[in-house]
Design a protein around this ligand. Structure first.
Ligand code: SAH
Length: 217
């Protein structure tokens, strides 16, 4: 793994303060962003981009989400220590590390084999509780369910009912749901203790699409 130098730490602190200025107020999220070395998820020649608030290509046609989006979704999830969280779309593994740094036990699914293998190897170098799975996130992880929280990090065409079923009572799912303009609205769904759903809508975002089935594309 690439070293985490004072220079990296300095850039990361600046980025954390930028996110605070952009409205992220959950201190546990800000603290995790300030700890997780985002540059190790990018090729070392792109270190200059690691601590800017931009998405970035990570190979296999995929992107590492923008730090403010990672922070925003993490904040909407209202994470508490020891919670079991299911993530759909492992990608670089950065979002999973942020949640794990917040004290969660993370179960994360990726459908692209190459990305899955690369990220699985990188994540073993962190001390976090993160389990990686190759598969179609639309199906969730019935064996490990129910979850306290579910986060989808690819654009969902509809609310995946199978995943709602894998949520605990009072559990929360955060997902970017496609709208009619090729954009996504961030949605927070709470599964009430009587099984009914409460939905809250937040801003517009752009994510790569949530696809079905495993692939190498
Ligand atoms: N959370 C990631 C960002 C992921 S980008 C990070 O922190 O870097 C979205 C990811 O979702 C891509 O890697 C894409 O391959 C994956 N994906 C798309 N559809 C999927 C599905 N049905 N199941 C699992 N992963 C999926």
């Amino acid at each position: 793994m690439q070293a985490d130098t004072y220079r990296h730490k300095g850039m990361r602190l600046k980025m954390t303060e930028l996110l605070r200025n952009k409205g992220i107020s959950d201190e546990s999220v800000l603290c995790a962003i300030n700890v997780v070395p985002r540059h190790v998820f990018l090729d070392s020649s792109f270190v200059e981009f690691a601590y800017q608030d931009t998405a970035f290509p990570i190979g296999s046609g995929q992107t590492i989400s923008q730090p403010s989006t990672v922070a925003y979704q993490s904040q909407l999830l209202m994470v508490k220590k020891d919670m079991k969280i299911l993530e759909i779309g492992t990608g670089s593994g950065y979002q999973a590390c942020v949640l794990a740094q917040m004290g969660a036990k993370v179960f994360t699914i990726e459908r692209q084999r190459n990305l899955f293998l690369k990220t699985k190897a990188l994540l073993t170098e962190f001390p976090y509780h993160i389990k990686t799975f190759l598969g179609d996130g639309n199906k969730g992880l019935p064996t490990y369910s129910p979850f306290d929280r579910i986060i989808i990090t690819a654009a969902a065409p509809e609310i995946p009912e199978i995943l709602i079923d894998q949520l605990k009572p009072n559990g929360i799912m955060v997902l970017p749901l496609n709208d009619d303009n090729n954009e996504q609205k961030m949605l927070r769904i709470t599964k009430n203790s009587d099984g009914s759903l409460s939905k809250e809508e937040f801003g517009n975002f752009r994510f790569v699409p949530m696809l079905k089935e495993i692939g190498n594309d």
